[in-house]
Ligand binder design. Sequence first.
Ligand SMILES: Cc1ncc(COP(=O)(O)O)c(C=O)c1O
Length: 443
Amino acid sequence: MNTRETLKINERGHLELGGKDCVELAAEFGTPLYAFDEAYIRKMMRIYKNTLDRVYEGRGMVLYASKAFSCKAIYRIADEENIGVDVVSGGELYTALSVGFPAERIYMHGNNKLDYEIGEALDAKIGCIVADACSEIDKIDAEAKKRGMVQNILLRINPGVEAHTHAFVQTATTDSKFGFSISDGTAEKVTAYALSKKNISLQGYHCHIGSQIFEKDSFALAAEKCMDFAAKMRETLNFTVKTLNLGGGFGVWYTDEDRKLPAEAYAEYLEALVAAVKEKATQKGLPLPFLLVEPGRSIVGEAGITLYTVGAIKDIPGVKKYVAVDGGMFDNPRYALYESKYTAVLANRADERPTEVVTIAGKCCESGDLIAVNVNLPKASSGDILAVLSTGAYNYSMAMNYNRNKIPPCVLVNEGKAEYIVKPQSYEDLTRNDVVPQRLTKK
Ligand SMILES: Cc1ncc(COP(=O)(O)O)c(C=O)c1O
């Protein structure tokens, strides 16, 4: 099996996740089903936290980027593991607060936070808001003034680092909708503007250079550019950066085109970042900032799989073979969005060698509703249980009800036992907010 620790093939030839037979999972909970290995999630959180504590002497905090997978249970796990979280919407903030996640360890992102979201963040007294527009600075300042408080903020800056990743998930090039560019002078002007406000306290900067990046040098380079900028701001505006948030983006294994890193290797990303920050601090005579990192995908991505039941199989001679499953773009829109690649396994025959190359199709009324193309599988039959691997990040969180399909439930597997962390949707859930105006009611 090609992915780290969490998956294995058991003596029955079945795929196992976190010690639980996936065929049993499918039988108990039905398909489609998202399943997560709790031990793996906790392990990744600990690796990041312990590394930062060790190499940066406790002057930092790991924030789980909850956009990767947000539900009540994941915020409880993050709290128990003593890390913070980043949220990007009122909904993520609400979910975290609803299970008692400590507000001071919540950071709020977003390139266009809505007025009510800013209000909710201030009312909850969250640790920090990452501002990404001048209008947001005005709003945070005005809303904080109304409440008689001073809100800590960071500014999202754009260091212009080109990471080797899919163009759609690159966020730190100068034409990105995210961040204030360092190179064109905007970041400096906005720093001066933020410092002029009475009800916000500018703590420093945030940058996130993109996602699914394996090159340590890209992260180190972004850190260096941020520190250079911090030095410049001390020189020109007499502003000393107290906090530096270097974002997430560490790559995970989806297929054998990706690197397969043991969980422990992720420590090296933080070591590289910290080394770059420390070196620049010494070189420029800057105090070491409080350091934040925001891994999302690498914490939950490989911890999760999606189980489907194989349905229709369509072989178009000389063209391709479609294996259709009971899910689709409504539970995993990443192929439709980015042509993302995945590895699939027949969970009930995981010990069999692949014999053909197929395209896994969903059940939505879209020709682009594919989950993965050119996947190696043994000859699949209707009724087989198909597992798509590394679906823990940006699958459930991107799911939708297209074609009024029900978003699959999520189960958490721990020491061979599974329980719901997100219950199945019902048809009633799908129609709960529908309203038939009086004049349209059936007479
Ligand atoms: C601001 C910010 N931080 C962290 C992340 C998490 O990135 P990843 O899940 O690739 O680690 C993202 C992802 O888009 C982001 O936009």
